[in-house]
Design a protein around this ligand. Structure first.
Ligand code: CP
Ligand code: NVA
Length: 300
């Protein structure tokens, strides 16, 4: 594994290895066992979009691993004034040991990997959010004791989260169901691959998707960059919400996850969110541990 560009690049075994290492690093952190695997290493973090969890967890993670992180907003870099990605990464490869980038177009992340000589980590694009899903899988394992055979249901927009969850879920042996409106389906190629696995269903019916689910997952109706479509999307996504009636058709002990930030009252009710707050904030915490595992795998 040289980069983390998208989850579909990883084998099932590579995903499980990251999750195992993440569990170990979490245990070590909680028990005061030092794990400075990245002493003297520097990670550059390029952001073309806002972030709370990704920025802070990567920065703290590098610190805990004995290295350091540089926050590089595209507003301040020449990349924001049109310097080519290929040139930027060829320069940054001379200074840094790795790059985490959050951007719009997946092609920019792929281009960095092509022109750079250091590991590139996708910190979210419009296409995928692999770091988030590694933390999600880690959290599901913690609560359910394993992943194989569980039913994971995603309700809402067929966006970056849906794409990465489909790939991550199926690669770890889960059955994945997605409920989204007709015009907001996940990536067509990912769905084709998912259908071929025999463990995937996509429907417009929220209750059909949620039936007997072990894990219910949702995300905002309008992602970063789609702010101008928010009103139109509010209409299109009416009913694509995790509420008590959806919880009632899932398994009794179903857990609820949300990558955050949440728009309570839209994709999830305040009541369901608060009833599952422990799971959701454990999930947010696990971004730190899962990403540290990715950093150790790629930068050590
Ligand atoms: N879930 C997630 O990636 O959060 P941020 O946008 O705050 O980084
Ligand atoms: N789908 C959301 C995820 C945020 C973590 C977005 O792209 O804005």
């Amino acid at each position: 594994m040289k980069h983390l560009l998208k989850l579909s690049d990883l084998t099932s075994q590579e995903i499980l290895d990251i999750l195992n290492l993440a569990d170990q690093l979490k245990y070590e952190l909680k028990n005061g066992i030092e794990h400075k695997h990245l002493k003297g290493k520097t990670l550059g973090m390029i952001f073309r979009k806002a972030s709370t969890r990704t920025r802070v967890s990567f920065e703290v993670g590098m610190y805990q691993l004995g290295g350091q992180a540089l926050f590089l907003s595209s507003n301040d870099l020449q990349i924001g004034r049109g310097e080519e990605t290929a040139d930027t990464i060829r320069v940054l490869s001379r200074y840094l040991d790795g790059i985490m980038i959050r951007t719009f177009d997946q092609r920019e992340v792929e281009e960095m990997a092509r022109f750079g000589t250091i590991p590139i980590i996708n910190g979210l694009t419009d296409y995928e959010h692999p770091c988030q899903v590694l933390a999600d899988l880690m959290t599901i394992r913690e609560y359910k004791g394993g992943l194989n055979g569980l039913k994971l249901c995603f309700i809402g927009d067929g966006n970056n989260m849906a794409n990465s969850l489909i790939v991550g879920g199926i690669k770890t042996g889960m059955r994945v169901s997605v409920a989204c409106p007709k015009d907001y389906q996940p990536d067509a190629e990912i769905m084709k691959w998912a259908y071929e696995s025999g463990n995937f269903a996509c429907t417009q019916d929220v209750f059909e998707a949620a039936k007997d689910a072990d894990v219910l997952y949702t995300d905002v109706w309008a992602s970063m960059g789609q702010e101008s479509e928010a009103a139109k999307r509010r209409e299109a996504f009416k009913g694509y919400c995790i509420d008590d009636s959806v919880m009632a058709v899932a398994k009794k002990d179903a857990m609820v996850l949300h990558c955050l930030p949440a728009h309570k009252g839209e994709e999830i009710t305040k009541e369901v969110f608060e009833a599952h707050a422990n799971e959701i904030f454990d999930q947010a915490e696990n971004r730190l541990h899962a990403q540290k595992a990715v950093l150790v795998r790629l930068l050590k």
